[in-house]
Every structure is written in C-alpha cells, then in structure tokens.
Design a protein around this ligand. Structure first.
Ligand SMILES: Cc1cc2nc3c(=O)[nH]c(=O)nc-3n(C[C@H](O)[C@H](O)[C@H](O)COP(=O)(O)O)c2cc1C
Length: 182
C-alpha cells in the first residue's frame, strides 16, 4: 500500500508537518509506504476555471502540480494536512485542492473511487471546533472526489515546536497513521 501525505503549511518545520511526520512513521510501522509532499512550499497555481480538463482530463497549467497527478494515480491512500487559517485551509493548500478538479472532470473521472483519505489539522485555538469548517470541507470534498474518509486528527499547536512538545498528540498521530493501513 502506498500513502501520499500532502502538507499544506508554508512553514517547513511547522506543526502540521510534525504531525504528518509522526503519522508517516505509523504508516510505515504498519507495513505501508508513505511519501510526504510539502504542497505548502511548492509552486502550485490556483485553478483558472478554463475547463480544459473537461475535455482531456489533464490540467493545462504546467507547474509543480503536474508531476503529482501520476503520483496520485499510483497511490492507494492520502493524507490531507493543513494548518487552520481563518477556519479553513491555508491558501496554498486550497490552491492544491482545487487542482484535483482535473482528476474528476476528465474521461477517467472515477479513478479515485474507493481510495482512502484522512485529514490532519493544526490550529492555535484551544477549542478543536475551530477546525470544523476545514474538516467538513475536506470530508465533503472526499465524497465528491470518490474518496473514502478515514477520519481526522485535529491538534492545538500554535507556535513553532508546540506539536513536537505534545507527546499525546504525537502518539495520536502515530496511531492514526497505523489505522489508515489496518
Ligand atoms: C494567516 C493565519 C491564520 C490563522 N487562522 C487561525 C484560525 O482561524 N484558527 C486557529 O485556531 N488558528 C489560526 N492560525 C494559527 C495556525 O493555525 C497555527 O499557528 C498552526 O500551528 C500553524 O501550523 P504550521 O505550524 O503547520 O504552519 C492562523 C495562522 C495564520 C498565519
């Protein structure tokens, strides 16, 4: 089993990435492969709604998203991880997500059907409900894309290093990774 974990934080060693790293350790421990892709620091342009993908199934924009389409096709499960920015995903993560439009709008639009997808969210607020829109948006998007939701993990962590210092959250992330494979 191959898992692709997408991290949408622009902070390279941020809290979201810490949780994804720990989840990846759990995934590997459970016997699967995991590749982490830092979409938050890549050159991924927003969708321009040109609808070129409706005819061909291929996005006309050539940037760092282009090689990810093959990786997505070859993966069995995904982790969608983003910091909470104004109750939603980071702008970088949203641009990445919008580019999945090309996958479901082409001739082989059902090719994600049945693959699993999990959500990871890091946020500064003590109230985990602050991630409800991000988690709700992604889980609804999973259903639209044909993905099967594998649950979510939300962790309060604001300043750099806070997730790393939260041993309980790290344990949860590790177990969440294992559960994605089981
Ligand atoms: C532009 C911006 C908006 C944010 N909005 C929220 C928010 O709505 N709710 C919240 O709890 N935290 C918010 N935060 C805090 C981040 O979610 C928090 O610092 C998180 O740890 C960032 O993850 P990272 O270290 O992976 O980048 C915001 C941070 C930034 C920079």
């Amino acid at each position: 089993m191959k898992v692709l974990a997408f991290c949408g934080s622009p902070r390279q060693h941020g809290n979201t990435r810490t949780l994804v790293d720990e989840m990846a350790r759990g995934i590997v421990e459970a016997g699967a492969e995991c590749e982490i892709v830092d979409v938050g620091i890549m050159d991924i342009a927003p969708c321009t709604a040109c609808e070129g993908c409706h005819r061909t199934g291929v996005c006309v924009v050539d940037d760092d998203m282009t090689p990810l389409y093959d990786k997505i096709d070859n993966a069995d499960a995904f982790v969608f991880a983003s910091p909470v920015y104004f109750w939603g995903p980071s702008a970088q993560f949203k641009a990445f997500l919008d580019r999945w439009f090309a996958i479901v709008h082409g001739p082989a639009g059902d090719r994600l059907n049945g693959k699993k997808a999990a959500v990871v969210a890091a946020f500064g607020d003590d109230d985990p409900a602050t991630a409800r829109h991000l988690i709700g948006m992604l889980e609804t998007a999973f259903s639209y894309l044909g993905l099967e939701s594998a649950g979510s993990l939300g962790v309060t962590a604001d300043k750099l290093g806070e997730a790393k210092a939260n041993t309980e959250a790290l344990k949860e992330a590790f177990a969440f990774g294992q559960s994605l494979v089981d």
